[in-house]
Design a protein around this ligand. Structure first.
Ligand code: GDP
Length: 437
C-alpha cells in the first residue's frame, strides 16, 4: 500500500487533519497507541484507493514544551523518506515560521509529490493570501480547515491521484518462491536470525541515512523449498539510523509485509510479548499474512520461572492470534533455527489451503444440528451453506438468512470449529456472511 505522510511543525493541526481524513469513512483500523506515541498509522480508503496515512503529530502532545527544531526536522525526514506522497501542513493564522521553513527544506529534498495545506482557514471563501506560502518552494498552497472539513475532500482527490499506480494486485512473485518477512522490534535479533538462516555472515549494512529505502532480498534454498527473505534492509543497526528506530521497524515491517506470505514475528523471549509486538501481529493479520512467532534469545530462558513468564505473555498478549505457532530459538547459538523455516513452510501451505466445499458443508451441517446459533428478537440465524472464496489467506463465505445476526461470539465459535476441522495453523481466516433466503 502507498504511504502518505502528514508533516509539519507542532500545533498546525496535523492530527486534526488526519482525524478528518480518516474518520469520515470510519476506516481507522489501527493506531499505534502506546507503542510509538509519536506516530499513528491509519488505513485509509478514498474512492477505492487504499493507502496508509502516517500522522507524525504525536510529539507535540507528548512534550510540547521542548520540541526543538532538530527533532522536528528529524521527524519530517523520517516520514518523507518512506512516504509516496506528503501532506505538508502550515498554520494559516500564523504565517510562515522558521520551523516551517525547516520542514520545507526536508520536504523539498525528498522530491516526492507534496501537498501544501494552509490550515485553520475557517472561511474558505476568503482569498488565500498565498505569496508567503509560495515562498516555501513546495508548490501551490491550498487553503483548508481541518477542523471544519473545508477543502479536505479535494485534497484527498489530489493526493490519491498522485499515488503510484496500483498495478496488478500484488504480483505472484515467481512460482514456488515463498516470500517471508522478518518483522519485529529493534534488537530482538532479526539480523542475527537472518544471518543464521542465510547460513553465512552476510552483512546487511548501509550506514548512510537516506539509503534506507534499499531493500535487500535474500533467497535461500531449504529442503526443496525456495524461500525469499524480503526487505531485510530494515535490519540495520540501531546506532546507524535516526534515533527513531521503532518507527523504522514499523514502516519497514509494513512494507515487507505487503510483499510477504508469511511473517516471522521475532520476539525477544527475555522480554516477552510487548504491545508493539501485538501491533505488528495485528498489522500482519490486516494484510492477510500468515504468522509464525519466533521466540528468540531462548538461550537466556534458563529457568522454569522464565519459561513460565514467556508462556504467560504469549497467552495474554496473543489471544487474537492463538492460531499462530511459536518456535523457541536462539540466533546466537543457532538453536533450532531450522524449525523456523519448517514452521514458515507449513504456515504457507495452510495459508494457501483450499478446502473442499463438500467437507466445509459437512461441517456446516454438523454445526446446524449441534444447535449452536444466535437468536435475536425472534429471529434465528440459519447458515444454509458455505464455500471457500479465496486463499492467501483463506476466505470462507457463509450464506445465511440473516448476516446481521452474526456477532463476534458466533464468529469466534465458527472459526474455532473450522480450525478444529481443517489445518489452518499459522494463517488468519476471513469469514464472510452473505444473505440468502
Ligand atoms: P535486530 O535489531 O532485531 O536486527 O537485532 P540484532 O540481530 O541486531 O540483535 C540485537 C542484539 O541481540 C545483538 O546484540 C545480538 O547479539 C543479540 N542477540 C540476537 N539474537 C540473540 C539470541 O538468540 N540470544 C542472545 N542472548 N542474544 C541475541
Amino acid at each position: 500500500k502507498p504511504i502518505v505522510a502528514v508533516v509539519g511543525r507542532p500545533n498546525v493541526g496535523k492530527s486534526t487533519l488526519v482525524n478528518r481524513l480518516s474518520v469520515n469513512r470510519d476506516a481507522i483500523v489501527h493506531e499505534s497507541r502506546g507503542v510509538t506515541r509519536d506516530r499513528s498509522y491509519h488505513d485509509c480508503d478514498w474512492n477505492g484507493r487504499d493507502f496508509v496515512l502516517i500522522d507524525t503529530g504525536g510529539i507535540e502532545s507528548a512534550k510540547s514544551k521542548d520540541v526543538f527544531a532538530p527533532r522536528i526536522r528529524e521527524q519530517a525526514l523520517a516520514a518523507c523518506d518512506e512516504a509516496d506522497a506528503i501532506i505538508f501542513v502550515v498554520d494559516g493564522t500564523v504565517g510562515v515560521t522558521d520551523e516551517d521553513e525547516e520542514v520545507a527544506r526536508v520536504v523539498r529534498r525528498s522530491k516526492k509529490p507534496v501537498f501544501l495545506c494552509v490550515n485553520k482557514l475557517d472561511d474558505p471563501s476568503k482569498e488565500l493570501n498565498s505569496w508567503d506560502y509560495y515562498s516555501l518552494g513546495v508548490g501551490e498552497p491550498r487553503g483548508i480547515s481541518a477542523g471544519h472539513g473545508f477543502g479536505t475532500g479535494d485534497l484527498l482527490d489530489d493526493v490519491v491521484a498522485a499515488l503510484p499506480e496500483e498495478g496488478e494486485p500484488e504480483p505472484e512473485r515467481e512460482d514456488g518462491v515463498l516470500n517471508v518477512a522478518i518483522i519485529g522490534r529493534p534488537n530482538v535479533g532479526k539480523s542475527s536470525l537472518t544471518n543464521r538462516l542465510a547460513k553465512r555472515n552476510r552483512s546487511i549494512v548501509s550506514d548512510v541515512a537516506g539509503t534506507t529505502r534499499d531493500a535487500v532480498d535474500i533467497e535461500i534454498a531449504w529442503k526443496g523449498s525456495r524461500i525469499r527473505l524480503v526487505d531485510t534492509a530494515g535490519m540495520r543497526k540501531k546506532t546507524q539510523v535516526h534515533e527513531d528506530v521503532e518507527y523504522y521497524s514499523l514502516v519497514r515491517g509494513l512494507q515487507a509485509m505487503d510483499k510477504a506470505d508469511v511473517c516471522l514475528l521475532v520476539v525477544d523471549a527475555s522480554v516477552g510479548v510487548t504491545e508493539q509486538d501485538q501491533k505488528l501481529a495485528g498489522m500482519a493479520i490486516d494484510r492477510g499474512c500468515a504468522i509464525v512467532v519466533v521466540l528468540n534469545k531462548w538461550d537466556l530462558i534458563d529457568t522454569e520461572e522464565k519459561r513460565e513468564a514467556v508462556r504467560a505473555s504469549l497467552d495474554q498478549r496473543m489471544t487474537f492470534a492463538r492460531w499462530a505457532p511459536s518456535v523457541n530459538v536462539s540466533a546466537l547459538t543457532g538453536r533450532a533455527t531450522d524449525k523456523v523455516l519448517a514452521a514458515a513452510v507449513k504456515a504457507s501451505e495452510n495459508h494457501a489451503r483450499q478446502v473442499k466445499t463438500s467437507e466445509l458443508n459437512r461441517l456446516v451441517t454438523s454445526i446446524r444440528e449441534g444447535g449452536h446459533t444466535v437468536t435475536y428478537k425472534n429471529r434465528r440465524l440459519k447458515i444454509h451453506y458455505a464455500t471457500q472464496t479465496g486463499t492467501k489467506p483463506p476466505a470462507l463465505t457463509f450464506w445465511c438468512n440473516a448476516p446481521d445476526l452474526v456477532d463476534d461470539n458466533y464468529e469466534r465459535f465458527l472459526e474455532n470449529r473450522i480450525r478444529d476441522t481443517f489445518d489452518f495453523e499459522g494463517t488468519p481466516l476471513r469469514l464472510r456472511f452473505r444473505r440468502k433466503d
